[in-house]
Design a protein around this ligand. Structure first.
Ligand SMILES: [Fe+2]
Length: 438
């Protein structure tokens, strides 16, 4: 039977109760809270005809970006199709997930474009399209998609503030910091547990170098982002970045030990945050004890090359940081083979993943000049590493440190002075400028 969700989007299900249960699961998806897969499992058990629940499960597993979830994503797609006949938007969601699993990121984006043009208030599709845009490096779409949905969604419709949070992040990634901060703060005021909106404001504070405010922003609402959320590790990573900028090393390590230490439940993206933080400490010449070793071990257990370029690069940081030269060399050989492919995943590896990994390896063997050349040569392809501005900033930070150590003072000074304009309060930048002047 066809029902409608609270925003007027048609849903196939056996009962109105399933529509209500799906809305609850969707709230968890949008808030990165609790266990949305568990909620969807219970729903499909009671109502196998609820196509949207199968599709959401498929999407969650597909955007987990890990080979061990691919089978579960395809299984959920099969169940959705068997529960059919599918509505047009359901068919397009299935096609988008399938394209993503095949590494055809542009095709996935096109399916979402068509779906959202017909159903702009489809919040599940918007959420996963937003994630897809993020992991495919489509910066413009991060802003445009949520904006179009906001235009179609009146203020009284449930879920609107989550869209505002997505829009805030999109604005931030497109450098529109003041508008991003305003939208993000409005979203957090409407839904304090919206960790994506908390994160969007966190990004603005990072990009504009307002680290004291950032520490306050996260400190004041720790219960909202740090508890019952599988996005907590990434928000903690942002908190650690502010402390790093203020050269508060003890606080950085305390955040790492509390939130980022690899554990049984760590997902790959958590390990990436850990590597990104330890590498920044490494660049600053700070010792991190045996943290690299346990992180590299966790990567070796969970990571497989070529699933997503962002993971490839961060696995490389971990292997080089831990001095695991053999693993680092093997990874580069695997990536060189993957780069020969023809899909969008291969393109990301060819143009960004491989040169970045080679630069990390060069940095690891103190070949500062090669690291400088490889990172300077990236140009706009650096975007294909994907991730946010703050995550890709690790490329510039590595370039600056390599330039200083290579004796390329004019390049280092140029980069640092431009950074200081963006982040005038930064202690870290001023220290590096003093090193150059010495
Ligand atoms: Fe972030």
């Amino acid at each position: 039977m066809a029902f409608e969700d609270p925003r007027g989007v048609p849903l196939t299900a056996a009962s109105a109760e399933s529509v209500r249960a799906y809305e609850e699961a969707l709230d968890r998806i949008l808030a990165f809270a609790g266990d949305p897969v568990g909620a969807l499992d219970r729903l499909t058990e009671r109502d196998p005809a609820c196509v949207q629940a199968h599709l959401a499960k498929a999407a969650i597993h597909a955007w987990a970006l890990h080979p061990s979830f691919v089978g579960r994503a395809r299984e959920a797609l099969d169940l959705a199709r068997k529960a059919g006949p599918l509505l047009d938007h359901e068919r397009r969601q299935a096609a988008a997930v399938e394209a993503w699993l095949d590494g055809r990121y542009a095709d996935a984006g096109r399916e979402f474009d068509a779906l959202l043009a017909a159903q702009p208030r489809h919040l599940t599709a918007l959420f996963f399209a937003h994630q897809a845009d993020f992991f495919a490096g489509r910066t413009g779409a991060l802003e445009a998609r949520p904006r179009r949905t906001l235009e179609a969604l009146t203020a009284d419709r449930p879920g609107r503030s989550f869209v505002l949070g997505m829009w805030a992040f999109g604005l931030e990634e497109n450098g529109r910091f003041a508008e991003a901060e305003e939208a993000g703060r409005e979203a957090v005021a409407a839904a304090p547990h919206d960790v994506w909106a908390i994160h969007a404001v966190g990004h603005v504070l990072e990009e504009t170098g307002r680290s004291a405010e950032g520490i306050r922003w996260y400190g004041e609402r720790e219960r909202d982002w740090a508890e019952n959320s599988y996005f907590a590790v990434h928000n903690a990573w942002h908190l650690a970045l502010y402390h790093l900028d203020r050269e508060e090393t003890g606080a950085v390590l305390a955040v790492y030990d509390r939130f980022l230490t690899p554990g049984r439940r760590s997902i790959l993206l958590n390990l990436c945050d850990g590597a990104a933080l330890l590498w920044r400490l490494h660049l600053a010449g700070l010792a991190v004890g045996d943290r690299w070793e346990s992180l590299a071990e966790a990567f070796a257990a969970k990571y497989r090359p070529g699933c997503h370029v962002f993971d490839d690069v961060h696995a490389m940081f971990a292997f080089v940081g831990a001095g695991e030269t053999a693993k680092a060399t093997r990874l580069m050989a695997d990536l060189a083979a993957i780069a020969e492919g023809v899909d969008d995943r291969a393109l990301q590896v060819r143009r960004a993943g491989l040169p970045v990994c080679r630069a990390i390896a060069a940095f690891g063997r103190s070949d500062w000049r090669s690291a400088v050349d490889l990172l300077s040569g990236l140009g706009a392809d650096g975007l294909l590493m994907t991730g946010s501005r703050a995550q890709r900033d690790i490329l510039e930070l590595t370039l600056i440190e390599a330039a200083i150590r290579a004796g390329d003072r004019s390049l280092a000074r140029d980069l640092l002075e431009r950074r200081l304009q963006r982040k005038p309060e930064s202690r870290r930048i001023r220290r590096d400028l003093r090193r150059l002047a010495a």
